[in-house]
Ligand binder design. Structure first.
Ligand code: SAM
Length: 329
């Protein structure tokens, strides 16, 4: 099969799949308190997700990340991980997840047995009250328990924290120290203008340029050459196993090397987090089988834009109306 090369010469090797738009938390920067979710009848069946994912693997994708919504709230998620896990080492270099960690304790061993080696856990504060405020009702101890269970199961952890002005900006250094202590990696993320929420994102936007200056004064940071084809740049904390990633789509653009596409739980393939161009892989598969799917994937590739156009400013509308939970963060 022809490899997946877009109109800008970039090869797509990374598929992110949002397996559900539902989530058991309501992080303030992500979604509104009264979020409306898709009816279950709109979702791809597990078998359809697997067929689409396997088609991407056959066409050169070597990394798959399951996300959402919260991937571990989907009832048949373990079966999907088992199935996709069979491709690890045989087409796939990596199968991984991004999770809020609330159900990680229940799933950790099965994920590890299926071939998952590391997971990203979203955690924006290590202070219980603050964590509850940001997530609107989350229990920090449950997430920490999930991280512990995952570590015991042999999974490496990368903590993802959205840097939020006036909310967690004063504890990002402590979070990095905690990650060093626990042997985890940490990625800091700038809040992105995706979907309407109950507040103005400008109030919470914290440029990572300033955060880095503070972290550099407290930790020995050494630039790490790792490139994943994503928006992150990496540093090593001297003398430790911990890697610090900065995902700063607003203050530094890395779309030139973008190698990813995103499948929503409704079966739409989005070519960029920040654009509306998409093709309907569910319809293509149901109407045309695998040949229809291949044709739709090829059509999608021609639509992949050169870069996103994120902009945060008071009163400005989100770049796209889709929330991160729909496209899969
Ligand atoms: N429920 C899972 C979790 O919490 O990790 C997976 C989905 S969540 C949408 C994926 C990641 O997107 C999380 O790290 C979350 O913090 C981040 N995220 C959500 N909305 C965002 C936004 N508007 N800007 C930046 N990051 C966002």
């Amino acid at each position: 099969m022809a490899p997946l090369i877009d109109a800008h010469g970039r090869t797509v090797r990374y598929l992110r799949i949002s397996v559900t738009d539902r989530c058991d938390l309501r992080c303030r920067y992500c979604m509104s308190e009264k979020m409306t979710f898709l009816p279950r009848s709109a979702l791809l069946a597990l078998e359809e997700i697997a067929i689409i994912a396997e088609r991407f693997v056959a066409r050169g994708v070597d990394k798959i990340r399951l996300s959402g919504g919260e991937p571990l709230v989907r009832r048949d998620i373990a079966d999907l991980v088992d199935r996709l896990g069979r491709h690890v080492g045989a087409g796939l270099n990596e199968l991984t997840l991004t999770t809020n960690g609330t159900r990680l304790a229940d799933h950790a061993h099965r994920l590890a047995a299926a071939g998952v080696r590391r997971v990203n856990v979203s955690l924006d504060s290590l202070r219980p009250d603050r964590f509850r405020y940001i997530t609107r009702h989350g229990d920090l101890s449950v997430v920490l328990n999930g991280i512990r269970a995952a570590t015991e199961a042999g999974l490496r952890i990368k903590v993802n924290a959205v840097a939020l002005k006036g909310l967690n900006e004063d504890e990002l250094g402590d979070m990095l120290a905690w990650c060093v202590d626990q042997g985890h990696d940490l990625s800091l993320i700038e809040t992105m203008p995706l979907g309407a929420i109950d507040e103005d994102r400008t109030d919470r936007f914290l440029p990572l340029t300033g955060v880095m200056a503070e972290l550099g004064a407290r930790f020995g940071l050494r630039r790490d050459a790792l490139r994943t084809g994503g928006p992150a740049r990496y540093w090593r904390i001297e003398g430790t196993e911990t890697r610090l990633g900065l995902i700063s789509p607003l203050t530094a653009n890395f779309c030139d090397g973008c190698n990813r596409v995103r499948l929503t739980t409704e079966g739409k393939l989005y070519l960029c987090l920040g654009h509306d161009d998409q093709v309907d892989l569910k319809a293509a598969l149901r109407e045309g089988g695998v040949a229809g799917l291949d044709a739709a994937i090829d059509r999608g590739l021609t639509l992949k834009p050169a870069r996103h156009d994120f902009h945060i400013g008071r009163g400005s509308a989100p770049a796209v109306s889709r929330h991160m939970s729909v496209t899969g963060g």
